[in-house]
Design a protein around this ligand. Structure first.
Ligand SMILES: [Fe+2]
Length: 309
């Protein structure tokens, strides 16, 4: 056994991934043979303990997605296999990445129906919380949602919004104003994404269910999000969400509810209209912090040139 396969593909300790990042390679292969027995065991543990909680708290489309993807509870999934079931349903594909990718590139992948997917598996000592995504968050938390046509359209629409955002930002002549407005629009989009795609709740046949992937991949927070009396849960309001800061290192104290994926789609439409009308250009400051890489990714993006309507 090589040293690399003994180490496996464990989050923050995977030489294959570190080397790819060192070379600046964002998009990579999934070297399946490098997963260690421990990586598979971690996947198995995460999947088995989550399954009953999904049955109770996840929305119906998510559970259908889990079935349709034929995820193997015992082994880390091969993305090629996942895509074999996913692509015919909605055109989406999981595309392996070496870690965080700058936000415009991330959204632009969604526009093309590609989902940047982390291939590492969290450390078996830290099953419950890790600041960075891993393959369990990405494949077990996100990808089942991508099997639903309407939800997939929401992601694509979000990618189109990012394109509009970059167009708007790049056409502002004054540099100070360009940086200020770009930062505000990116922050508004990040907040919207956070409170919907990552931590969203929805009404389904009169019950509250989870569709946000940050919740669906967290054993503790999934139940907490629905059952805890400490969580504030409100019908989503766009003007609130885009101005609402969030922190990533503890359970979310505030969650927003949508009425379904048609509703969510209409909100992304509205987000873009507000963007074009300048209503995202001065949102409340605060978290999340927008990194220089994220800013550059929008301001230097190569765009299909078209004047926003
Ligand atoms: Fe995520």
């Amino acid at each position: 056994m090589s040293t690399a396969s003994a180490q496996g593909l464990t989050t923050t300790r995977a030489p294959f991934v570190e080397q790819a990042r060192g070379r600046g390679d964002l998009f990579i292969e999934q070297p399946y043979q490098l997963y260690s027995d421990e990586n598979h065991k971690t996947w198995r543990t995460l999947y088995e303990r989550m399954r009953p909680r999904w049955e109770k708290y996840a929305n119906r489309k998510f559970m259908e997605g889990v079935e349709n993807l034929m995820l193997d509870p015992r082994h880390v999934p091969r993305l090629e296999e996942v895509n074999r079931y996913l692509a015919p349903l909605t055109g989406f594909k999981a595309r392996p990445v070496s870690g965080y990718i700058p936000s415009y590139l991330f959204f632009d992948c969604l526009r093309r129906r590609e989902f940047p997917t982390t291939i590492t598996v969290r450390d078996s000592e830290h099953l419950d919380y890790l600041p960075e995504p891993d393959i369990f968050h990405d494949v077990a938390g996100h990808v089942p949602m991508h099997t639903d046509g309407r939800f997939a359209d929401v992601l694509v629409r979000f990618g189109q919004c990012a394109h509009t955002a970059a167009l708007i930002a790049q056409t502002i002549r004054d540099e100070t104003e360009r940086l200020h407005q770009a930062e505000s629009i990116i922050r508004a989009m990040a907040r919207f994404f956070w409170f919907t795609i990552e931590f969203g709740l929805m009404r389904e046949r009169g019950e509250l269910k989870v569709y946000g992937s940050g919740l669906l991949s967290s054993y503790g927070e999934l139940i907490h999000s629905i059952e805890s009396p400490e969580v504030q849960r409100y019908p989503i309001q766009l003007e609130w969400v885009i101005n609402q800061h969030f922190e990533i290192d503890h359970y979310q104290p505030l969650l927003f509810i949508v009425e379904g994926f048609d509703h969510l789609f209409s909100l992304v439409d509205e987000l873009e209209s507000w963007m074009k009308a300048g209503r995202l250009s001065h949102v409340a400051p605060g978290e999340p912090r927008i990194s220089d890489d994220d800013m550059r990714s929008f301001l230097e993006a190569e765009l299909d040139r078209a004047v926003p309507a």
